[in-house]
Design a protein. Structure first.
Length: 273
């Protein structure tokens, strides 16, 4: 089953190393959401999960609430995910997430967990490991796992995609990764990666609706990509969906960065399966 993503805003209040998102001030309106949802509804049974992404999607929290209720009312019976850095999470938003346990909140582990984040039951933490900052990821993991111990939160380890990993970086990642996984398990937590595997690193082939309502056949539309590739990705219900190729990835991110994404992903697969 594939996922369906809505990019509710391209605005973000952070500046993460290696962020793949093309950021600007555009946001999705309720009218744009409703129109896109109407177009997609005949296909909705194909999808088991609806994801709300940005930028930072909590800038558009009222739209997320509206979209969630709208899809439920129309009969969508799958689950939901919201990918956030958590900086805008407050009492009101965390209460809403607590009340709606079919929404999984995907936190960025680059930002420390707050009491509001910890109060949410259904959550995972995406820990990005950058090739030149592997030690930092290890210490972040140690403190994060200590704080999360006793909760049902899971940890998702993500080697940074589409940036250069040298052979020395890959060797170090191979050495450190089993220690990270052991520590997660020792703290009684689980590793989310087991449930998440894609055809291409980082992105997925499910439909993605941009802020302006354009529907693409991959959520790679959130990155800066050449016009002709973006054009190929526009969804046409009468045609078979275009699937991004390795050559496209090389054109978008460069050869070395694409090879690096597969190489670091291969190491992850070796230890997490
Ligand atoms: S929080 Fe997400 S969208 Fe914002 S800069 Fe970081 S990775 Fe990019």
């Amino acid at each position: 089953m594939e996922s369906l993503s809505f990019l509710v805003t391209r605005k973000c209040n952070a500046c993460c190393l290696g962020c793949p998102v093309e950021k600007n001030s555009k946001k999705m309106t309720p009218e744009v959401f409703k129109k896109a949802a109407g177009v997609l509804f005949p296909f909705i049974s194909k999808y088991s999960v609806v994801k709300f992404f940005g930028g930072e999607p909590l800038f558009e929290f009222p739209l997320i609430c509206y979209a969630y209720l709208h899809l439920k009312k129309k009969g969508f019976s799958g689950t939901f995910e919201v990918g956030t850095n958590g900086l805008l999470l407050d009492k009101q938003k965390s209460l809403w997430f607590r009340e709606h346990t079919d929404i999984q909140v995907n936190f960025n582990a680059g930002f420390s967990p707050t009491e509001y984040a910890l109060s949410i039951k259904n959550a995972i933490w995406n820990l990005c490991v950058y090739p030149k900052h592997i030690d930092t990821a290890l210490s972040t993991l140690f403190s994060l796992a200590n704080v999360l111990s006793g909760t049902a939160h899971r940890i998702n380890i993500l080697p940074a995609s589409y940036c250069l990993w040298t052979p020395a970086d890959l060797a170090k990642f191979s050495f450190i990764l089993p220690k990270m996984l052991d520590y997660i398990l020792k703290k009684g937590l689980s590793v989310e990666n087991i449930n998440r595997k894609g055809r291409i690193p980082l992105f997925n082939d499910g439909l993605a609706v941009d802020t302006d309502g354009t529907i693409y056949t991959s959520n790679i539309c959130l990155a800066i990509i050449p016009k002709h590739i973006k054009q190929n990705l526009i969804f046409n219900p009468k045609k078979e969906s275009y699937k991004i190729t390795v050559n496209d990835l090389i054109e978008i991110f460069g050869f070395d960065n694409t090879v690096s994404a597969y190489a670091s992903g291969r190491i992850l697969e070796k230890y997490v399966s």
